[in-house]
Design a protein. Structure first.
Length: 131
């Protein structure tokens, strides 16, 4: 993932938040919380354009059905492009869009937080488990 910090979002009082924005945030949190989306964002960020079979090989734990569903959702949300080449057999390539790359950058903050707080979280878990 890119390590560049995302541009800060404008802050609005809670009573001024557009309900459409709130709905999108809720939906995207669910999408980002989906491990496959995050794995595919990172994979496409690291490798650039990939064919379906390459992605399947690089993510061996994902089923073909789940890979297809995740790629379709990401394409629908504008996070990636799907290019079908008119050859036999058909070849389909996937690549991140700038929108998808920017979501990966935004999620990078979670990675930085996790790295900075790994020991504190592990200590809290150990304390909890010891009770």
């Amino acid at each position: 993932m890119a390590t560049r910090a995302p541009n800060p979002a404008p802050t609005l009082p809670c009573d001024e938040i557009d309900p459409r924005v709130e709905a999108l945030v809720t939906e995207l949190i669910g999408r980002v919380a989906d491990k496959w989306t995050m794995i595919l964002l990172e994979l496409l960020e690291d490798h650039g354009q990939l064919r379906f079979t390459q992605i399947a090989r690089l993510v061996p734990d994902i089923s073909q059905k789940m890979l297809t569903q995740t790629l379709r959702r990401m394409e629908r949300d504008g996070m990636l492009t799907r290019t079908v080449h008119p050859v036999v057999p058909p070849r389909v390539d996937y690549a991140l869009t700038p929108l998808g790359a920017s979501l990966g950058e935004a999620f990078c903050g979670v990675w930085m937080w996790a790295a900075a707080n790994l020991e504190r979280v592990q200590s809290a878990r150990d304390d909890f488990d010891a009770r």
